[in-house]
Design a protein around this ligand. Sequence first.
Ligand code: HEC
Length: 568
Amino acid sequence: MNRKLLLSGLLGTIALTLVFSAVETAFSGQNKSMKSAGIGATGTLAGTGTLSGSVKAPKEFKAAKVYAKNVDKNVVYMVFTEDGKYQAVDLFPGNYEVSVTKNGFSGGDVQKVSVTAGGNATADFSLKEGTYRPNQQMRIGLPKDEPLLAYDELYPPGHARETIERTCILCHGPDFLPNKQWDESQWNAAIDLMQNPFDNAGSRLVPGTFAPGEREELVAYLVKNFGTESKKRGLVVPDAPIDEKALGKAMFVEYHIPPLAKGERGFHDAHLSQNGDVWYVDARGLQIGKMDPRTATWTDYPLAGPQFRGHGLTQDASGDLWASGHTGFVRVDSKTGEIKYYPYNPEAKKPPHGNTPFVDSKQNIWTTLSWSNEIAKWDRTTGEISRYKGPTDNSFAYGMVMDKNDKVWFANWWRCKVTKFDPENAQFIEYPALTRPCTMRRVFVDHNGMVWYPLESPGKIGMLDPNTGKMVEYPEPVKWGFPYDIQEDHDYNLWIADSGQGGGLIRFEPKSKNFTYYPYVQRTDMPKIEVSGQNSIWYTTRSADPKDQALGVLYPDKSKIKTLAASY
Ligand code: HEC
C-alpha cells in the first residue's frame, strides 16, 4: 500500500488521520465507553449499541453465523458464536432483523429487535437439526440447491481431465463447466473464443496449448459429461477449519449500496482515504463514489461513459482519487467531485483496459493496462503519459504495487509470473511461479521488501525474495482455495481474499505458517482488500448479486474498534 511505500505519504497520512480523529472525538465523542455488555466487557463507540444472545441446538456446533441487519441503513453485521454465545458491538441505532445460520441446522429464523444508542439488545435462538447448506460455489448465478458431487464423479479421471485442469479449470475454477449443458458445436465455439488472438484481451489459450488430438479428446469429454442431456451440478467443497476462539472475536460489517435509479451495481475495488471515507469503483453502475462508514451515507459520481468503466482506485497526496478506467485515468477531486479524464493512448484500436493504479513518491500515477499488456505512467511534472510493453504477450498484466524504491511489481494473471519493472532503465524482469500453470491476480510487497503472490487454481500463496530471486510457496490447508489478493497488516500477518469456499478472508501468520479462516457474510469473491490503520480488512462483494452489492469490513478483534472511519 502507499502508506508503507512512500515515507512522505505515510507521515502525511498519519498526521492527517490523527488530526481527523482528534476532531472527530471532540465532535461526536467517538471513544469507547467501557460499558459491560453481554459476554465479556466489550465497550461500544458512543452513539452506538450492542446486541448479544445465546444460540442453543440439540447437538454440538461451533461458530454459528449470527446476522444482524439494520433495516433502516441496510447495513448487515455478522458475528460468530463462541460456546453458544454471541455479541455484536458498535451497531448503528435502529431496527434490526437478527437471524442465525449453521450448516446442518435450521430454525435460526428472523427476530426483530431494536437497538438504541448505549443500549444492549438481546435475541436468543434455538436451532433444530436441519438441512441448511452454505453456498460454497465460486461463481455467481449458480443454482443454490443443485446437487453437489465429489470431484471424481463430476470430472471422471483420465487424460482429458488433465487437459481440462491445466486449461479451463485453471482460470474458471471447478464450478464453471458443470453448469453448461452444451453440444459439440457450442463447446467448440467456447474453445475458439478462448483461442481467439483478436479478442479484446488476446488469446487465453495460446498456440501450443493442445498437443495433436488433445482438443478433440477434450471436446468429446465435455460433450459426454456436460452435454445437452446433463444436469447442472456443483462440486462438494470441504468446510474451512473453524477456529472458534478467533471467530468469536471477529465481526464483519457489510454496508449495502443503495440501488441506482437505472442499471445494476457491481463493485470492483475500494480504497480507504485520508478523511476516513471508503471510495469505490462501481464498474457495472459506471460510478465512482464514497461511503462514510461513520454514518453509512453514500455519494455517487457518475462517469461520462462505459469507456471509463474502472477497476482500481488510489489517492494522491493532494487528496484526489485516481481510477484506472478502460481507456484512461479518471481523476476525481475529493472535495468537489469534479472528474477529469486522461486517455492512455488516444490511437489505441481497443481499450487498453486499465487495472490497478498506484502513486509513486513523486506523485506520478501508474497503472497496469491489462488488454494491451502494458504499464502506463502519468507524469505529474509534464502531464504526459508513457507506456511500456510487458515482455510476455497475452499475459494480462493485473494487480500492481510499488516498493519503497519506486520499483513496479505486477502480476501476469494468465501466464503466472511476478514481473518487476524498473522505471530507471525501463527493464522488466519476470519471475515465473514455482507451481505452473497457475493464474495470479495480484502481488504485494511486505515491510521487509518480500513480494507475496497468490496462486488461484493451485490454492497456494508464494513469496519471492527479490534480493536472491528465491521463491517459496505455501499450500492453503483446504482444497479448492482460490486466492485473489494478499495484503499485510500492521502486526505483519498476511490477509488473503479467497473465493474457494464460497468466499472469505484468511489470515496467514508467516512465523507459524498458520492459516485462520473467516468465512463470508454473503457468497462472493473479493478482488481487492485494504488494511486500515486499525488492522481492519476492507473488501468489496464483486461477484455477489447486483442487488446485494456492499462494501464490507472484517474487524478481526471487535473489542479493539476505535473508530468506524477507514484510513490507512
Ligand atoms: C487464461 C485464462 C482462461 C483459460 C485458460 C480459459 N478461459 Fe474461458 N474465459 C476466461 C475469461 C477471463 C473469460 C471472460 C470472463 C469470464 O466469464 O470469466 C472467459 C470466458 C469464457 C466463456 C464465456 C463466458 C461464459 O460464462 O459463458 C466460456 C464459455 C469459456 N470461457 C470457456 C472456457 C473453456 C471451455 C476453457 C478450456 C478449454 C477456457 N474457457 C479456458 C479465461 C480463461
